[in-house]
Design a protein. Structure first.
Lengths: 111, 112
């Protein structure tokens, strides 16, 4: 079973920041938080990952709480093309443990 | 682009026939994965490989077998396809250094 909890759906107005929460209260010390998204029927796309520090790249920012039990993915200026299912996953960085996807959050960006 | 291709992209077959899906990569990634995706279930891991001839089962491996005789190819076989195996199948590779997965475009299988 997935070790994360996400709301099933969220709406966001175009141009506004989209803040997607994820709860991972049982995360282990060596586990990273990964975010992926899946647009319509395409394969999932990697967005960002982090261990304990906040991370930012050209797509998004990842805010991880100090106790690492939850995180928030931030899309700073959502566009219609950001409408997708967003998956939050925790796993160890190395080793054979594969990514196990939950059901994610369906984000709808509204014009 | 991690150089990953899946074939066939679309296939229609009949119950009881064998089916093999191929995942091919060109960049010598060690880890490869097969997932299936169905409405209401999200992505579920079928099998994965962590090297040539090294494979392991995922959460929904029943009815599927895999083989990896060389680094670049990871084959998923349905020995006797059933209608419950109608799905979209995604292959993925893991990028060394970041741990991110890069997914193929998917193979849509319909079993009649």
């Amino acid at each position: 079973d997935a070790k994360t909890t996400q709301p099933p759906s969220m709406d966001c107005a175009e141009g506004r920041a989209a803040n997607l929460p994820c709860n991972h209260s049982t995360i282990s010390g060596n586990e990273y938080v990964y975010w992926y998204r899946q647009i319509h029927s395409q394969g999932p796309q990697y967005i960002i990952h982090g261990l304990k520090n906040n991370e930012t790249n050209e797509m998004a920012s990842l805010i991880i709480t100090e106790d690492r039990k939850s995180s928030t993915l931030i899309l700073p200026h959502a566009t219609l093309r950001d409408t997708a299912v967003y998956y939050c996953i925790v796993r160890a960085f190395s080793g054979n443990t594969p990514l196990v996807f939950g059901k994610g959050t369906r984000l709808s960006v509204i014009a | 682009d991690a150089g990953i291709t899946q074939s066939p992209r679309h296939k229609v077959t009949e119950t009881g026939t064998p089916v093999t899906l191929r995942c091919h990569q060109t960049e010598n990634h060690r880890y490869m994965y097969w997932y299936r995706q169905d409405p209401g279930h999200g992505l579920r891991l079928i099998h994965y490989s962590y090297g040539v001839k090294d494979t392991d089962k995922g959460e929904v491996s029943d009815g599927y077998s895999v083989s990896r005789s060389k680094t670049e190819d990871f084959l998923l076989t349905l020995e006797s396809a059933t209608s419950s195996q109608t799905s979209v199948y995604f292959c993925a590779i893991r990028i060394a250094g970041t741990g991110e997965l890069f997914f193929g475009e998917g193979s849509r299988l319909t079993v009649l």
